[in-house]
Design a protein around this ligand. Structure first.
Ligand code: FEO
Ligand code: CA
Ligand code: CA
Ligand code: CA
Length: 592
């Protein structure tokens, strides 16, 4: 049923036309500035980008590939000067390297990938910390000689902390203590904490591991549950730690939430094992009314779960150092959605319920290393690919992006996942009992079922005020602006799937206009839309364009020589470059 929407809209902008072409489009009256492109030199001594002469050493001083999460930390409270953090989720070798078509283990056994190219990929993963400032002309620029500039790569030393640190299942020949690891990989969305750190979720880490486990390994079921064993990258061919026949515990050191202090470029990033190990999408949270910090976590796989983590300790706003290890102690929960609109958070705690030795768990470390299996045993609700989850501090409502699930059958429908072959995804809204984010109870409802409302069999529920441009499919990342309004970015729209590019939509969540969506920005062909992140005054909106020019047809992959677009440079010989952008209003003012 389509809701009636007759109220006053809270978004003023004039929406753009949905569609797909070679470039990006923003609503009239707004400016798009391309801030950082893949390969841009970010240190004073970094070399200029030359795609035909790229090396790992150069790449480690240049902006990385495919940003997903973007966060901004004000310096001295300024919305116009601060640290921008961007992760670099993954690489598209077919668009980065001349003469290298899309590689995988099934086709050419990564025959075109050399060690030099793999090392470039490893240096293009991870993240960047950049000091940026907005000038009197309204444009942003990097402070090039900043003491904060940092590149994190797949080789950056990191600590492993929390209940699983030091466990035998995390020990390798390079790390007999099981407490340190090199790099973070496939970092998807994330969050920033009120104590000024950056949280980043390691997502599809399975694709980086090569080889076969030794016969009878205790990790066989664990690795199967995470899809380890079908490599998408050639790293294991040249680096033993990515070959599970040689280092069978290395995958257990990936798939965590990483906490990074962007204000100390010499700090060691920390993998916080208390928050569980799975295909972490994001890590947005808020300070609960009792002072504890609560992080909402999605596990992006068909039929996987929604989680939250509640710290034991309270956030100390007056003493930054006191919060340094807050994320090492607390309780992880997994969500169960009941048909009557209520729900429970089930503790993912060793010794409780089925999480005992009878099921192979000897400690909380075991529970965390195999978080998914714990969720299975607890009877959590199997969701349609949980992506970003954001809490709205104005209303305490929590929005869960469920991007799609083409494998759900009619028999597998439940009230929280109400469509079989769910191609377009939906958004679930949760409200904790007593607005207490530490509560184990919540109420929930579906905010919107996505897809084209003019096609009856899609079963979309955008409001009747939503125009033909205003609907979207495949919600992925999201942001709540300072007014408490929801913005949703998408991944998976293209000419074939929906006749439109991915982009950013603003959706009403309150009052009579609830369920009304409007189109603000769209990406060039082949790309997905990431970020989004608003400065505290809503005057600057940071967005990321991932994998522009990538083919939507797996049988006809685009290449360095023939990408779908050469955005954003549009120069012969220059491949498309994933980039981070900032949107501002012409003449100044809020994005609204
Ligand atoms: Fe990296 Fe779940 O998207
Ligand atoms: Ca995502
Ligand atoms: Ca987000
Ligand atoms: Ca995505």
């Amino acid at each position: 049923a389509t809701a009636k929407a007759a109220g006053k809209p809270s978004f003023d902008f004039i929406e753009i036309e949905a569609g797909v072409d070679q470039t990006h489009h923003v609503a009239e009256g707004y400016d798009t500035q391309i801030l950082f492109r893949w390969g841009d030199p970010i240190f004073p001594d970094a070399p200029e980008f030359d795609p035909l002469a790229q090396t790992a050493e150069k790449q480690a001083k240049q902006f990385g590939y495919n940003s997903d999460y973007i966060g901004f930390f004000p310096i001295e409270g300024s919305p116009d000067h601060g640290l921008l953090v961007c992760n670099h989720e993954y690489t598209n070798e077919e668009l980065m390297f001349p003469g290298v078509e899309l590689q995988d283990s099934k086709t050419a056994a990564f025959g075109k990938m050399t060690k030099d190219l793999v090392d470039i990929e490893m240096a293009a993963h991870g993240g960047s910390v950049l000091e940026i400032r907005r000038g009197a002309d309204g444009r942003w620029e990097q402070v090039k000689d900043s003491k904060y500039t940092r590149r994190i790569t797949a080789e950056t030393p990191m600590a492993i902390t929390g209940p699983a640190a030091g466990h035998d299942r995390l020990k390798t020949s390079a790390d007999a203590a099981g407490k340190s690891v090199h790099g973070m990989i496939n970092n998807c969305s994330g969050g920033i904490t009120p104590w000024g750190t950056w949280l980043s979720g390691e997502e599809n880490t399975n694709g980086y591991f090569w080889g076969k486990l030794p016969e009878g390994s205790v990790e066989a079921a664990n690795f199967k549950r995470l899809g380890i064993g079908t490599p998408a990258y050639a790293w294991g061919k040249f680096h033993d730690r990515f070959d599970i026949s040689k280092e069978p515990n290395e995958p257990n050191r990936f798939g965590w939430i990483v906490e990074i202090d962007p204000f100390d470029p010499t700090s060691t990033p920390k993998k916080r094992t208390a928050l569980g190990r799975f295909k972490h999408e994001g890590a947005a949270g808020l300070t609960n009314k009792d002072g504890r910090y609560v992080v909402y976590l999605g596990d992006d796989e068909r039929f996987d779960y929604v989680y939250k983590f509640v710290t034991d300790g309270k956030v100390d706003p007056a003493n930054r150092a006191a919060n340094a290890d807050l994320l090492d102690s607390g309780t992880l929960y997994v969500a169960k959605y009941n048909a009557d609109g209520t729900g429970q958070w089930l503790p993912v705690v060793y010794g409780q319920g089925p999480l005992t030795e009878a099921n192979g768990f000897k400690s909380q470390a075991d529970v965390l290393i195999e978080t998914r299996r714990a969720g299975d045993l607890l009877g959590a609700t199997k969701m349609d690919r949980p992506e970003d989850i954001e809490a709205n501090p104005k209303t305490n409502r929590v929005y869960v992006m469920l991007t799609n699930n083409n494998k759900r059958t009619v028999e597998q429908i439940d009230s929280a996942n109400p469509r079989a072959d769910n191609k377009f995804g939906h958004i679930v809204e949760m409200l904790p009992d007593d607005s207490d984010h530490a509560s184990t109870k919540f109420a929930w409802e579906v905010l919107v079922r996505c897809g084209d409302p003019s096609v009856a069999e899609v079963g979309s529920t955008f409001s009747s005020e939503t125009t033909k441009n205003g609907w979207f499919g495949m919600p992925d990342n999201c942001a709540v602006d300072s007014e408490g309004r929801l913005w949703v970015s998408t991944d998976g729209n293209n000419a074939k799937a929906t006749g439109r590019a991915d982009g950013l939509w603003a959706i009403e969540t309150e009052g009579e206009m609830r369920g009304t969506s409007k189109h603000f920005f769209r990406v060039p062909t082949g790309a997905e839309m990431c970020g989004p992140f608003f400065t505290s005054n809503d005057e600057s909106l940071f967005l990321a364009v991932q994998h522009p020019g990538e083919s939507e047809d797996e049988k006809k992959p685009a290449t360095f020589e023939a990408p779908l677009t050469r955005w954003p440079d549009f120069k012969d010989g220059m491949p498309p470059r994933p980039s981070v952008l900032v949107i501002t209003k012409k003449g100044g003012g809020k994005i609204a």
